[in-house]
Design a protein. Structure first.
Length: 313
């Protein structure tokens, strides 16, 4: 069972986006927040909701104070434990820098990992214009979260400025940031839940992500001649990546293409990817044929094994 736990405002926004675009009905979505009113929208579109810390915050939010978010999660440990019970894989997703996400996400992840679930953090760091205090809170929260997850994917919102048009309205820019969280979660869960021509199962994902520390994810699609190679290149060249994938010791690569996708095309894309990770990297490969696709090829690469301090498998 896969459960996605969106913590705080940004995490709950990501949950809303995931529910709106997910047609598989194979994932259990939870919106977790100290703001009872904000949970109303998530509940309206079908998310399970949990209002944490009712005594600490009285349902009014954490006011940008991570310590209040942490205390709220501690107050609701029993309820959070009930939420994660039975999960094989738990995603903890949040926009870091505020109160609830920064303070509560590490506690939620700790409880999820203690339950025995493979626990993956997918979080964003704030835009620079949001101020140094919010960035400091985000950095401290990510360090705390890192201690309680098997793997963590961190995307800096500032890097979005490199890929979105300059005339993009601010509200839409924040929407894109929330959608990055969605892409990270869906990119991994699709690898597991989609029956594929070359299958990648939960055990394969565990091999790459268990006790792995920092993780990088590249997602790209291309069409036309040499689409597979183009998608592979774009996936490993994304400006959202914090460091080169070439340092990765472990990776899952998943290719989705039309019925016309040839073995030769897949091989060329795979060779490109192999050249851009560590020479002796453990690469797990999967492929899915999308009968509804005409010519678009998409590639997801999930890479880990960057941290020398990561726990051995």
């Amino acid at each position: 069972m896969i459960k996605v736990l969106g913590v705080g405002g940004g995490g709950c926004n990501a949950i809303d986006r995931m529910i709106e675009t997910d047609l598989s009905n194979q994932i259990d979505y939870w919106a977790i927040n100290t703001d009872a009113q904000a949970l109303g929208r998530s509940k309206a579109i079908g998310a399970n909701t949990l209002n944490i810390g009712p005594a600490v915050t009285e349902g009014l939010g954490a006011g940008g104070k991570p310590e209040l978010g942490r205390l709220a999660a501690e107050e609701s440990r029993k309820e959070i434990a009930a939420v994660v019970q039975g999960a094989d894989l738990c995603f903890v997703t949040s926009g870091m820098g505020g109160g609830t996400g920064s303070g509560a996400a590490p506690v939620v992840a700790e409880i999820a990992k203690e339950s025995g679930a493979l626990t993956v953090g997918v979080v964003t760091k704030p835009f620079g214009f949001e101020g140094s205090r919010r960035m400091r809170q985000a950095t401290e929260a990510i360090d705390a979260l890192r201690e309680h997850v098997d793997s963590i994917i961190v995307v800096s919102n500032n890097k979005l400025l490199e890929v979105i048009p300059k005339e993009t309205p601010m509200r839409e820019a924040f929407y894109v940031a929330d959608d990055i969280l969605r892409q990270g979660v869906v990119g991994i869960s699709d690898i597991i839940t989609r029956p594929s021509l070359i299958n990648v199962d939960f055990a394969d994902v565990c091999t790459v992500m268990k006790d792995a520390g920092s993780a990088l994810m590249g997602i790209a699609e291309a069409s036309g001649k040499d689409a597979a190679e183009k998608a592979a290149y774009d996936a490993i060249s994304s400006p959202l990546l914090d460091e080169p994938i070439k340092n990765a010791q472990r990776a899952v690569v998943h290719i989705v293409g039309p019925p016309s996708l040839t073995l030769s095309q897949v091989n060329r894309a795979s060779e490109m990817l192999k050249k851009n990770v560590a020479e002796d990297a453990n690469i797990i490969f999967g492929a899915f044929i999308d009968k509804d696709s005409v010519e678009t090829v998409s590639i997801t690469i999930l890479a880990t094994g960057f941290d020398r301090t990561a726990k051995p498998q």
